[in-house]
Design a protein around this ligand. Structure first.
Ligand SMILES: [Ca+2]
Ligand SMILES: [Ca+2]
Length: 359
């Protein structure tokens, strides 16, 4: 063998030895450098692809609202789309984005079934908010109770108000013993305003965002979804059964004396939430199924005192506003402007539930 060839072989052996001592395989070292280059190229390609997807998918050309980034919600005033739904992670409660805007609150003197406390009609403007798409379900309320050990007013005091031919205060009824068949998809009932606010406080502490009951103005704005008619589907109570579980012909078979809507919705008591068509914001059961607690203290003269922006009545007596009617309600109580009250924050009944908003 020639001497120069021997020197080359020796140098190669020494170089391989040095790499071996450093723990680097001479061939895999090159492979891994190559892999790193390929990976860098691939990462850059993915970044560009994701940016393009975001740009093409988003109705605003920007980021979508998400639980991690609620601030990325489209600006107030924009029309809601199917994409603008946020799911609360602890309970699975779905919230729909309700855009900021102004509306005519109340009813005018000619509306059939109207009460005097619905006037005067007045313009109200609201900031945008998220509203739960459905009434709070028994399953969602159960999650809250299991996580906190919370005891409702009905359980603490040992009774609630139930209906079987007439309303009576009866022992032993509560959210988990409603007095008719319910599964976890039905709206929770026998919950007081105190109970609803306790669940909202728990979510505010544990989840993402600030949760509370809607004000009466937020509730009516969300229910109307831009409509001026007595009901979000129009004027006629006979069309109720497509959109709401109300006092209907199904219920009249059990309670023949009831004044009912002239249609059959298939339910005597509560229906699983979302069983009927939604309003223009995609909210279900705003009218019917269960009455919904609002944040306001009830004042028959509230509309003469409302401010034009985000009004809420926080002073007055102990009565609280409830809205929307229930499975028990005849047509005059199933209207977007209809107002009712329960006398105290600890009152509860077989047709009383709630939904929450999130800011
Ligand atoms: Ca019904
Ligand atoms: Ca309702």
């Amino acid at each position: 063998m020639k001497r120069w060839l021997a020197w080359i072989i020796l140098a190669a052996l020494v170089a391989a030895g040095i790499l071996f001592i450093q723990g680097k395989h001479p061939v895999r070292e090159w492979e891994s450098r190559g892999n790193r280059l390929v990976k860098r190229f691939s990462d850059a390609k993915n970044t560009v692809r994701k940016a393009l997807e975001r740009l093409l998918d988003s109705p605003t050309g920007g980021s979508k609202p998400s639980p991690e980034n609620p601030a990325a919600a489209p600006p107030d005033g924009e029309e809601p789309t199917a994409a603008m739904v946020w799911t609360e992670p602890l309970t699975g409660m779905r919230f729909v984005r309700i855009p900021a805007g102004c509306f005519r609150m109340g009813s005018d003197a000619g509306e059939a079934g109207r009460d005097r406390d619905e006037g005067p009609m007045h313009e109200v403007c609201l900031d945008g908010f998220w509203m739960s798409q459905y009434e709070v379900t028994r399953g969602q309320f159960r999650t809250f109770v299991e996580q906190t050990g919370y005891v409702t007013d009905a359980e603490r005091e040992g009774f609630s108000w139930v209906y079987d031919g007439r309303w009576e205060k009866k022992p032993g009824y509560s959210w988990h013993r409603p007095g008719f068949a319910q599964d976890d998809r039905h709206p929770v009932v026998h919950v007081s305003l105190n109970d609803a606010q306790a669940m909202a406080r728990w979510l505010t502490e544990r989840s993402k965002g600030e949760f509370r009951l809607p004000t009466e103005a937020e509730w009516e704005y969300a229910c109307r979804a831009g409509t001026l008619s007595a009901r979000f589907w129009g004027e006629d109570p006979k069309d109720a059964c497509t959109f709401a579980n109300v006092a209907d012909e199904t219920a009249r078979k059990r309670y023949p004396v009831w004044e009912t809507h002239p249609c059959a919705d298939g339910f005597v008591f509560t229906a699983p939430v979302g069983s009927f068509r939604p309003n223009g914001f995609g909210l279900h059961d705003m009218l019917g199924n269960v009455w919904e607690w609002c944040a306001d203290i009830y004042d028959p003269d509230a509309y003469r005192k409302h401010s034009g922006k985000n009004p809420v009545v926080e002073k007055g007596g102990t009565a609280r506003v409830v809205r929307g009617g229930s499975w028990y309600s005849r047509p005059r109580y199933v209207r977007s402007a209809g107002r009712d009250q329960l006398s105290r924050p600890d009152r509860r009944s077989q047709d009383q539930g709630f939904r929450l908003i999130r800011r």
